[in-house]
Design a protein around this ligand. Sequence first.
Ligand SMILES: C[S@@+](CC[C@H](N)C(=O)[O-])C[C@H]1O[C@@H](n2cnc3c(N)ncnc32)[C@H](O)[C@@H]1O
Length: 261
Amino acid sequence: MDLEKVFHMTEGVGVTSYARNSSLQKKASDMVKHITTETVQEIFLATTPKSLGVADLGCSSGPNTFTVIKDIVEAVEGTSHKMLHPPPEFRVYLNDLPTNDFNSIFKALPEFYRELRKGKNGGSPSIFIGGFAGSFYGRLFPNNCLHFIYSSYSLHWLSRVPPALYDEKGRSINKGHVYISASSPPQVSQAYYQQFQEDFTLFLRSRSEELIAGGRMALIFLGRRGPDHVDRGNYFFWELLSRSFGHLIAKVPPVRFQNIF
Ligand SMILES: C[S@@+](CC[C@H](N)C(=O)[O-])C[C@H]1O[C@@H](n2cnc3c(N)ncnc32)[C@H](O)[C@@H]1O
């Protein structure tokens, strides 16, 4: 399956859209908001650029990306005000996979600009927002154009299903499961680990070309505290999902389902 072509959050603003079902992700970014804003303030103070480049990688199409941009803009403006330094213009690069609902983001921009202008007596920030479609497991932006890179709840999506999950005959070594589970053989967690290492290395290599020297990143993604790969926090709902699939499959007439997992 080509993830770049098919993978996306549910578009639009309907009841099942990502935009209306992303409070969990908001909670995660809110928890570390102080780290995000302090980091961007530090890079602003260290470089005092006229034009500050900021990217949100895996921005999706909900309100969360606007919240974080607003937080960043306000934090930098606050710092520039305190330092009696003119605020920079903001270049904001929003990235997601090509099938992401960028249209919803663009349609929401006028309201977002109005929101930023509120209470500013006309002195609104200069902000230029653009969408960049493509996988963050590769180059996305020109050299040295970014001061700060933010990515939340996105980097735990791998670039592909790890090939090591299949034996030489193309059969899954993780039968009956959709992720690492208590009864998965150890090769399964190794396969995911290897894929993550490969992907994350490519991510860092690409970003190192795009960040200015001394630029910073704030990356929020799922992990676990200990070395045990069967950690309740992460594997719990995959276990439920694979069991639900198992029940569904048991109900349908016998067709060729064996390659799904
Ligand atoms: C759960 S959403 C998080 C969205 C947003 N950052 C938030 O906190 O609400 C994960 C997003 O990452 C995007 N994504 C996954 N893999 C990606 C990749 N390789 N390159 C760019 N975006 C990716 C998905 O399309 C999805 O929109």
